[in-house]
Design a protein around this ligand. Structure first.
Ligand code: ADP
Ligand code: ZN
Length: 667
């Protein structure tokens, strides 16, 4: 009898399937290889997950083609995908597809130009020559290195203040792994947002480094994976999916800015790269180093309970002081809705005079985030999504920030016909525009989703800022990321409380993180920095603790709240969102599902909340309702849940579901 393979296919099916292998590649097919197989009347790309000796099936179909030789998934990655499937409630094949997309193949006839695009210089590097580690950095390295030398799994949380030199520590830790003949994976939230960090790693790790980023084609990614699988490179740097780099001798995984929400994948399988990194580390016997100036509640709690080893760098390199933070209470300004307080304007004027640089943060893009009728008070809303449209002065149009629907500004109110419209709510365009009026000689650039949609745009703006061709950089949370610009001595935050009112239990945590991170951009060079935080609620603990740059106090307060309300990290959440164009059918289906789940689990300490209308009730014309489960579910319970969802789905055509384990985006 010919050789048999067990194949997992990327469909929402719990089973894997048995195929026979044609003789000409029977000897060459390895575990984790992709194969093309007939499936019903279709052809699918599946993943080899086993080699059964026999089968009870009467007829076994034959696999058609072998894609990978050697496989681009190691046996450990196949096992890791199985864990992802059981934990994140998807099929094994779907998890494998996240690890290795079915379309990632070698370009025919094209020479391998690995990362050619990334190798171009940008002038972003000047600020960062190699450094000898200071005593704090050395102590951290010693701990991590000891684990790498000894081998085996251990998780570390490096809590180092902004500008404490964490990147330098990562580079040394990677070198320590390489010196032991082991490979390393470096995860960063999004390469395009922080080209500087990528440049620094490239300059210091050179030929051994492969980079994966979202701007690459599948074929380019494929080349990097092949190089990793063949041992041509020993280090892979990339966002989320780089956690699946096919090294066989992994010694270290670094997760930089471990608190970043972008580590959570927003489509099936909805895995969190930090959790996957920890699981991979334990499967492979590798050290995992999570790093942040503002750790997630989850990770810091794990460090407090001893699950992760806590490493700390409490001061900046060269004993540089953290920036001085001033909270500006906008209720005391003449106009509490003013864009700029007098103190911030004065501080900006001084910087311009001294030729120092400033960063202004307002975490909302566009010009005005709603247009309101003076007569009836109606807002102009998106016809497909239940939210107000944002006015964009560029193009003088209204746009929906959920579906990108655009329309001209109405001449009169669609409701009452009144011709008078007022523009309310600030966005970055308005800040840029007002700033230009106040400081006509200043060189101002804006960095937000609208100015960076073009490939390479981030890099260009940041390079101009690094070259001091820009005096003031205005932007959304993009400007708060890990940039290292020594010329920046002033950071201003406009409407620091903007995110606090979001219906998300992490709203305070996100605000604290954003403010601490952006404050960390000031005073990184020789000159000390100042930060002005404008707010209408200066006493809110997220703002007050960020102003004091006191992570410990913030954590205490936030942890107490989470514990009392049974939110993560003290309880597990699972979200089910239902979506349908037909609202009554959606509501009925969600009611039925919630009833069924309550019947199964209420006794077992799992709370079933809802269904409730989602915070954004409609997106792209489809209504949304959600059910939230509080309390951990075992893998079997998750399988049962998927079945319940599938049953309800079959009974209600047109209703779609998303099942999200450990949800990060609560909106
Ligand atoms: P973090 O990631 O902790 O915010 P970075 O790694 O960006 O900090 O380091 C901040 C700056 O300090 C960088 O310009 C870096 O080159 C520099 N630096 C790192 N380590 C040292 C050191 N031991 N001595 C002096 N400067 C250092
Ligand atoms: Zn819309």
């Amino acid at each position: 009898m010919s050789r048999l393979i067990q194949v997992a296919v990327p469909l929402p099916l719990q089973d894997s399937f048995t195929y026979s292998v044609p003789d000409d590649w029977a000897e060459r097919v390895g575990l984790g290889a992709r194969v093309r197989v007939p499936f019903g009347r279709r052809k699918l790309i599946g993943y080899v997950v086993g080699f059964p000796e026999t089968t009870s099936l009467e007829t076994v179909r034959e696999a058609e083609e072998l894609h990978d030789e050697p496989p681009l998934l190691t046996p450990k990655l196949v096992e890791l995908a199985q864990w992802i499937a059981s934990y994140y409630a998807c099929s094994w094949g779907e998890a494998l597809r996240a690890a290795l997309p079915s379309g990632a193949r070698r370009q025919r006839g094209k020479p391998r130009g690995r990362n050619a695009e990334m190798a171009t210089g940008t002038g972003l590097l000047e600020a960062a020559p190699p450094h000898a580690l200071n005593r704090w950095q050395s102590a951290v390295l010693t701990s991590v290195q000891a684990r790498i030398e000894a081998g085996g799994y251990e998780a570390f949380l490096l809590h180092g203040v902004t500008g404490s030199g964490k990147t330098e520590v990562y580079i040394h830790a990677v070198r320590a792994a390489l010196a032991r003949g082991r490979a390393a994976v470096l995860l960063i939230p999004e390469i395009a947002l922080t080209p500087q960090a990528a440049d620094r790693f490239r300059a210091r790790l050179g030929a051994e480094l492969g980079i994966l980023h979202s701007g690459m084609t599948l074929a380019e990614r494929h080349d990097v994976l092949v190089a990793a699988a063949n041992g041509e490179i020993q280090v892979v740097l990339g966002a989320r999916s780089a956690v699946f780099a096919p090294f066989r001798n992994l010694g270290l995984i670094v997760v930089d800015e471990e608190q970043e929400p972008s580590y959570k994948q927003n489509e099936k399988p909805r895995y969190h790269a930090r959790s996957v990194a920890l699981m991979r580390g334990s499967l492979e016997g590798a050290a995992v180093l999570l790093g942040s100036a503002t750790p997630s509640l989850e990770s810091y709690n794990n460090a407090s309970s001893g699950k992760h080893a806590l490493l700390q760098i409490p001061e900046r390199v060269d004993e540089r002081p953290l920036a001085r933070v001033h909270v500006v209470d906008m209720r005391e300004e003449e106009d509490r809705n003013a864009v700029f307080s007098q103190r911030l304007l004065d501080a900006l004027a001084v910087r311009l005079e001294r030729r120092e640089q400033s960063i202004l943060l307002l975490n909302r893009r566009g010009h005005s985030n709603y247009v309101q009728c003076c007569g009836c008070g109606e807002l102009v809303r998106c016809p497909f999504c239940d939210i107000s449209l944002t006015y964009h002065s560029v193009g003088h149009a209204l746009r929906c920030h959920y579906c990108d629907h655009g329309r001209p500004v109405p001449k009169e109110c669609p409701g009452c016909g009144n011709p008078c419209q007022v523009f309310r709510g600030l966005g970055t365009q308005r800040v840029e525009q007002d700033l230009g009026g106040l400081f006509p000689a200043a060189r101002i650039r804006r960095m937000d989703l609208d100015t960076t949609s073009r490939r390479g745009a981030h890099r260009e703006i940041l390079a101009a800022f690094a070259a001091r061709e820009v005096d003031i950089l205005v932007g959304t949370q993009m400007v708060a990321k890990g940039h290292d610009f020594p010329g920046v001595t002033l950071v201003g935050v406009i409407q620091a409380d903007a995110g606090l009112s979001l219906p998300d239990f992490r709203a305070a945590e996100r605000t604290f993180q954003l403010l601490t991170q952006v404050a960390g951009r000031a005073g990184r060079g020789e000159q000390p920095g100042d930060v002005y935080i404008q707010t209408l609620c200066p006493d809110h603990y997220a703002i007050a603790r960020a102003a004091a740059q006191d992570y410990g106090a913030f954590f205490e307060r936030e942890a107490e709240l989470r514990r009392s309300l049974a939110y993560p990290p003290f309880a597990r959440l699972l979200g089910i969102t239902g979506m349908a164009a037909n609202r009554p059918r959606l509501s009925q289906t969600m009611q039925r599902l919630a009833g069924r789940l309550r019947g199964s689990w209420s006794q077992q300490g799992v709370k079933v909340l809802g269904p409730a209308v989602s915070p954004i009730p409609r997106i792209r014309g489809r209504f949304r309702e959600q059910i939230l489960l509080k309390g951990g579910l075992a893998p079997e319970a998750k399988r049962a849940l998927l079945e319940a969802v599938a049953d309800c789905g079959r009974a209600a055509p047109g209703v779609d579901f998303q099942v999200d384990v450990d949800p990060v985006n609560m909106l």
